[in-house]
Design a protein around this ligand. Structure first.
Ligand SMILES: [Zn+2]
Length: 470
């Protein structure tokens, strides 16, 4: 087996990956806060880590990986969304509306990530189901002198953890200068962050030694990863935007609660996603969710391909042009591999993936495998492409050059020739031009030849439209 190498944010180096226990490789990815549809940027780490999950299972065994991704189902944005709905007249208590919203959003999330071919993790813990573990961890942090209670809050005292800032390479003083830190009268230091906060009667809350309240965001990942993966595990992943403060805070909590533990051995951070060269934002009008794209008819497999076409450590630019090219490529590959049984994955694809998840490199190897459809299929399936699960779009696009399609194209070309011959006599070419653009519109490529015309089905073939032209 080829040696897997990963760039570890903690050491800033590409390192050989050596699992703590090769029979149980343990990995954690920070999951979504469930109050709305996932946007395209949210899908990037999910697809990247899905490829890593597949690679690890390929290397260590299908059952030798434990992959955990959480759902943050207690959060002020969730509460605010529910409150808005209540004020707009929705029936039910605030708690019911919150529950309804988080359940619905988790369902959406599953549908959307399934559509991208991302396998579900082994565990998907919800924060609200681990409150007792969070309270216990906070009590340990207080007992060890790393946290203090004040006015119903519990805060982590950042200055008690010397290594704070090491992951993101910042000093605490720089962070205070650069960050918008919330100054509160009960904080000993502006950098101290919330482990627990009080809840008013109308907000979700749990009983605790500090009164009725709810956990801060950071503590949930520390508590849930410990419960499901132990105090030391192999890989912790997430977007680069989470490195500070979220991941710094996770490290501080876990390492201070368990002073001899390493917490996560390797930290993987993916860069951000842009759209057509610009930051995705609601004000620029280029903000869209995975569901928006799926509803527009962009197949999940195409989205997956585009997300994998840029290395995870580089900023990724989503463009309509890339999506169109990916669709053409996948269409061609699916056509080539239709009815073919997969052989073995090409070793160069595995090597590219083992080299810090070079998915762009793996895709370029795939481009060179068109002469060997069985290897193309096996290699593509290793990164979650060309599987049956993502093939519905192709099946409905007039996939096979069956007799039906051949016959349709033949009668379209004889009609084309008739119109052209007529145009030559009348010198009026408008009907011919109209027919030509209607064919293009139906996804048929029109190639003029000396003898006449050659009509070729393209990747966007619409059988219905073609039939209407005969
Ligand atoms: Zn997290």
């Amino acid at each position: 087996m080829v040696q897997i190498r990963l760039t570890n944010s903690k050491t800033r180096r590409k390192e050989d990956f050596r699992p703590i226990d090769p029979e149980n490789v343990r990995m954690y990815l920070c999951g979504p806060t469930v109050y709305d549809r996932a946007h395209l940027g949210n899908a990037r780490p999910v697809v990247v880590i899905d490829v890593l999950d597949r690679l690890l299972r390929h290397a260590y065994g299908a059952d030798a990986v434990t992959y955990v991704r959480n759902f943050t189902d207690v959060d002020d944005k969730i509460n605010a969304t529910a409150l808005q709905r209540k004020e707009a007249g929705a029936a039910g208590t605030l708690e019911e509306l919150i529950r309804e919203r988080t359940e619905k959003t988790i369902g959406w999330y599953h549908q959307d990530m399934d559509a991208l071919g991302a396998a579900r993790p082994d565990h998907e813990p919800r924060a609200t189901e681990y409150i007792a573990e969070m309270v216990a961890m906070i009590e340990t942090l207080i007992a060890r002198g790393h946290a203090y209670a004040a006015e119903g809050h519990v805060l982590f005292e950042v200055r008690t953890f010397e290594e704070y800032g090491r992951l993101s390479g910042r000093s605490v003083d720089d962070m205070i200068a650069g960050a918008r830190v919330e100054v509160s009268p009960f904080k000993r230091d502006p950098m101290d962050f919330v482990l627990w906060k009080p809840s008013t009667e109308d907000l979700p809350g749990w009983d605790s030694p500090w009164g009725r309240g709810r956990p801060g965001w950071h503590i949930e990942c520390s508590a849930m990863s410990e419960k499901l993966l132990g105090t030391n595990f192999d890989i912790h992943a997430g977007g680069i935007d989470l490195q500070f403060p979220h991941h710094e805070n996770e490290i501080a909590q876990s390492c201070c609660a368990h002073p001899h533990s390493e917490f996560a051995r390797v930290w993987l951070h993916n860069e951000m996603l842009q759209v057509e060269g610009k930051k995705m934002s609601k004000s620029l009008g280029n903000f869209f969710t995975v569901r928006d794209l799926l509803d527009e008819g962009v197949p999940g497999e195409v989205i997956r391909f585009v997300l994998l076409s840029t290395h995870y450590r580089k900023p990724m630019d989503w463009t309509a042009e890339k999506a169109a090219q990916a669709r053409d490529t996948l269409w061609e590959w699916r056509k080539l591999t239709a009815g073919v049984a997969p052989s073995a994955a090409d070793p160069r694809v595995i090597e590219a993936l083992a080299d810090d998840l070079n998915t762009a490199g793996a895709l370029s190897v795939l481009h060179g495998l068109k002469g060997d459809p069985a290897a193309l299929l096996a290699s593509a399936q290793l990164i979650g492409l060309l599987g049956e699960d993502l093939g519905a779009w192709f099946a409905s696009s007039g996939d096979a050059d069956g007799p039906d399609l051949d016959a349709l194209l033949k009668s379209a070309s004889s009609k084309f020739v008739d119109i052209r011959d007529n145009a030559k006599i009348t010198k009026d070419f408008s009907a011919l031009d109209g027919y030509k653009s209607a064919l293009t519109e139906a996804g048929v490529e029109v190639r003029m030849t000396k003898e006449g015309v050659d009509l070729v089905a393209g990747p966007r073939l619409d059988l219905g439209k073609l039939k209407a032209l005969l």
